[in-house]
Design a protein around this ligand. Structure first.
Ligand code: GDP
Length: 295
């Protein structure tokens, strides 16, 4: 929890920290609620979620007039987040995770961090270098693989991403490997092409493993606000996203974005990225998240 809390320091010390100040020694009057509204909207929580939370806070506060508004708010915030963490100890073999998202959002870094967690849990990991479009992506993944001790299956730059995914899954199945993480391209300027590529990856994996892909993770940059939600909707239309990872939450004061993502996309947030190193990925636990934000 300490690492989690440290990663959210900026958010805690900026918007969310000021909630404590406005609540201090006051009852929940209209002025306080207005100030709270402003803080929540500024934290990227989005207008809809902010209104919902304010409404619930008012109702609960009325019902229990001696309660601490900060504790009430924390509980309500927590209830507005879905608690469905990623499976870090899958028994199914190989457990296949497809990782999608726009370039620069932290896809490759997140794959490395996630692989590292599986390895720490005693699992063997195969990484599929499926971003065959961006020249440096294959090298970057190979570099991470060496660093954390994961095998990397790669073809040449420009080759068919689905073929790489197929080879990785086939290899994992033959060698009894536990987890396969498939990297993908994130070029948005050629969106329809990319979406076809993602669909093809799903199809070929299913050829080798009839149960198909176990988890499709969308990587979203937590610092991009509403823009990230627009991106996510584009991916959601084509691929069946089962979980979200929000990266770079250490670099933003706007920790409210998690609420907007949960509400607008209706996909559980599985993990959050709180730094650039291999162990800077934390399971998303709403209770801890709200505790860390409100300090
Ligand atoms: P990709 O293009 O989506 O594969 O993105 P990369 O994995 O290459 O990441 C882009 C940049 O974001 C790199 O400089 C990463 O170190 C950085 N990055 C990724 N995740 C995080 C995070 O959680 N926190 C911080 N501070 N930086 C991150």
């Amino acid at each position: 929890f300490d690492k989690f809390k440290k990663g959210l320091e900026k958010a805690r010390n900026t918007f969310f920290g000021s909630i404590k100040t406005i609540f201090a020694g006051k009852t929940l009057d209209d002025e306080t609620l207005e100030e709270l509204e402003e803080i929540l909207v500024m934290s990227d929580m989005g207008v809809e979620v902010t209104q919902k939370i304010l409404k619930e806070l008012k109702e609960f506060y009325k019902k229990s007039d001696d309660s601490d508004p900060l504790i009430l708010l924390r509980d309500i915030m927590e209830e507005n987040l879905t608690n469905e963490p990623i499976n870090l100890n899958p028994t199914k073999k190989p457990y296949v995770i497809l990782v999608v998202g726009v370039n620069g959002n932290g896809k490759t870094t997140t794959i490395a961090k996630l692989a590292n967690q599986y390895i720490k849990n005693g699992k063997s990991v195969v990484l599929a270098a499926g971003d065959t479009f961006r020249a440096a992506a294959i090298e970057q993944l190979k570099h991470w693989g060496e660093k954390i001790g994961a095998e990397v299956i790669a073809h040449e730059h420009g080759s068919d991403a689905a073929a790489v995914a197929f080879d990785a899954v086939k290899h994992a199945k033959a060698k009894g490997k536990d987890v396969v993480l498939i990297d993908t391209a994130g070029r948005l300027h050629n969106k329809s092409n990319l979406m076809e590529e993602l669909k093809k990856i799903k199809r070929v994996v299913q050829k080798e493993l009839p149960e198909g892909i176990d988890e499709t993770l969308l990587i979203l940059d937590g610092t991009t606000g509403q823009n990230g939600i627009v991106q996510a909707k584009a991916f959601k239309e084509t691929v069946d996203i089962t979980g979200i990872v929000i990266t770079k939450l250490d670099g933003t004061a706007k920790g409210g974005i998690a609420f907007a993502i949960d509400h607008d996309l209706n996909i559980p947030i599985r993990m959050i990225g709180v730094g650039e190193k291999e162990d800077d990925l934390q399971p998303f636990v709403p209770h801890e998240y709200c505790d860390a934000l409100l300090g």
